[in-house]
Ligand binder design. Structure first.
Ligand code: TXA
Ligand code: MG
Length: 329
């Protein structure tokens, strides 16, 4: 697929062994597969492969990068990705597999890509209960990032026909497992030290969670760090360095984040320099974005000067994120 999510053939896979094996093979080679969970159908990509994750945004035509939920086949596998405090462990043991997502600090062994985490030091993890989702995750043997399998701005799909009406020709396959029975997305609870917070109400009622942990959940909507919509925060990913956009010239104490084949003037004096995509491939650029910002930040430069990135296709989400990184704080 190109940056604009243009046409490819979408296979309609059945829920037998051959269908599962094909779905896992597509995911493992970086493709996009919609699959059933008990909440809604997810649009899956290998969470460890940033280029594959970029494909999710292209297919959905999402104008900004939000952190995605990574799906796993077991709590054991989730522990490789995130750090579980007592509350998170209690909830995982009681409610997984099931419609609960836990946002926890990333573990040192975390393999989920920066893009799937939208550059955050935390990771959203879920072990779904749907038998087909479980079998697929077991077969891939890796975390699978999956937002709902609809185009941005449309309603979440609860069967394979819904998926196809939005995404036919834009993804590699849909694994058909019939209708999802919960129909609303998972409940999201953040356990990041301090009191656990309800980031999104969903398939598990708040009361059930509060009863398990013996305390009230703080609301995600409170305070300035509103994680209900983490993508909307200006300081969502805030590098230490200042970020200067649309740079046509690079100063000697600046780090340069470039795009395309024509470098801005002064680039030879840059303190550090990385090119999001020399060939001008927006999907490749999206895949590199967060890790390159981090690397340039680590160079110690006071400013990261960013060359212009086209505002079409995935470029819209890239520019959205760059503007947030450059926002006053
Ligand atoms: O039911 C569901 O949860 C469905 C099915 C497919 O599993 N998935 C789903 O995924 O709704 P997604 O990726 O659309 O959920 C993204 C939301 C973000 O908007 C954010 O609220 C939260 O998950 N989230 C994920 N990682 C986070 C993080 N590190 N920090 C804060 N919020 C996070
Ligand atoms: Mg959705």
């Amino acid at each position: 697929m190109n940056d604009h999510g243009s046409m490819r053939r979408t296979a309609h896979l059945t829920s037998d062994e051959a269908g599962l094996a094909e779905a896992a093979a597509i995911l493992n080679r970086g493709g996009l597969v919609a699959f059933p969970t008990e909440t809604v159908y997810g649009l899956g990509a290998d969470a460890t492969n940033a280029q594959a994750v970029a494909g999710i945004y292209a297919a959905k035509e999402r104008p900004s990068f939000n952190p995605l939920i990574s799906h796993l086949d077991s709590f054991e596998a989730a522990k490789v990705q995130g750090i579980f405090d007592d509350t998170a462990r209690t909830l995982a043991e009681a409610l997984w597999p099931g419609p609960l997502t836990l946002v926890v600090p990333t573990a040192s062994t975390c393999t989920v890509s920066d893009l799937a985490r939208a550059g955050l030091d935390s990771v959203g993890l879920r072990v779904p209960a749907h038998p087909l989702a479980h079998a697929l995750l077991k077969a891939t043997g890796r975390p699978v990032a999956a937002p709902s399998a609809n185009r941005s701005g449309r309603v979440s799909p609860t069967d394979a026909d819904h998926v196809l009406s939005d995404l036919d020709g834009r993804i590699d396959a849909v694994l058909d497992g019939g209708a999802s029975d919960v129909g609303v997305e998972s409940t999201i609870v953040a356990c990041l030290g301090g009191p656990p917070r309800l980031l999104r109400p969903g398939g598990v009622p708040r009361e059930a969670i509060e009863a398990l942990i013996g305390m009230r959940l703080e609301s995600g909507a409170a305070g300035e760090k509103n994680p209900l919509a983490p993508g909307m925060l200006a300081s969502h990913y805030a590098p230490r360095a200042q970020v200067r956009l649309n740079a046509s010239e690079i100063g000697p104490n600046e780090a340069a984040l470039l795009y395309g084949a024509t470098p801005p003037r002064g680039v030879e004096h840059a303190k550090a320099m990385l090119n999001l995509s020399e060939s001008g491939d927006l999907r490749e650029a999206a895949a590199h974005l967060f890790s390159y910002l981090r690397q340039l930040d680590a160079s110690g430069a006071e400013t990261i000067a960013v060359g212009p990135v086209p505002d079409t296709g995935l470029g819209e989400a890239i520019n959205d994120r760059l503007r947030r990184a450059a926002a006053e704080r």
